[in-house]
Design a protein around this ligand. Structure first.
Ligand SMILES: [Zn+2]
Length: 113
């Protein structure tokens, strides 16, 4: 976990940890925090479910945020990504098993004749 910035790295003016820009020189002290509006959350969660590996990637900026709300959003995205991956694996196994048992049945029918 990074220490909150209390001094501008550029002009060394003392700034509040909550400031996003140095009021003296205008330096961006934190990268702009990822949006936590319902729309961006919806997009993030949908992306996590539909494109599982990318969900982790998208969740990372949220997890790096100091506020718990952004981190919660990030963790939900991570959990959805993992669930989606598990579901994909389960579904694939189910299809593979289905195909295997169909093939086995066909083989038994063939052998029975
Ligand atoms: Zn500054």
């Amino acid at each position: 976990m990074e220490e909150p910035i209390s001094q501008c790295p550029q002009c060394h003016t003392t700034v509040r940890p909550t400031d996003y820009f140095c009021y003296n020189c205008g330096k961006n002290l934190h990268a702009k925090p990822p949006s936590v509006t319902p729309v961006s959350q919806g997009l993030l969660y949908a992306g996590s479910l539909l494109l599982p590996p990318l969900g982790i990637w998208w969740a990372l900026p949220y997890l790096k945020q100091p506020d718990s709300r952004s981190r919660t959003v990030g963790w939900i995205a991570v959990i959805l990504t993992v669930l989606s991956l598990l579901l994909a694996v389960w579904y694939t196994m189910k299809i593979v098993n289905g195909v295997t048992s169909t093939v086995n049945q066909q083989m038994q029918l063939y052998q029975g004749l």
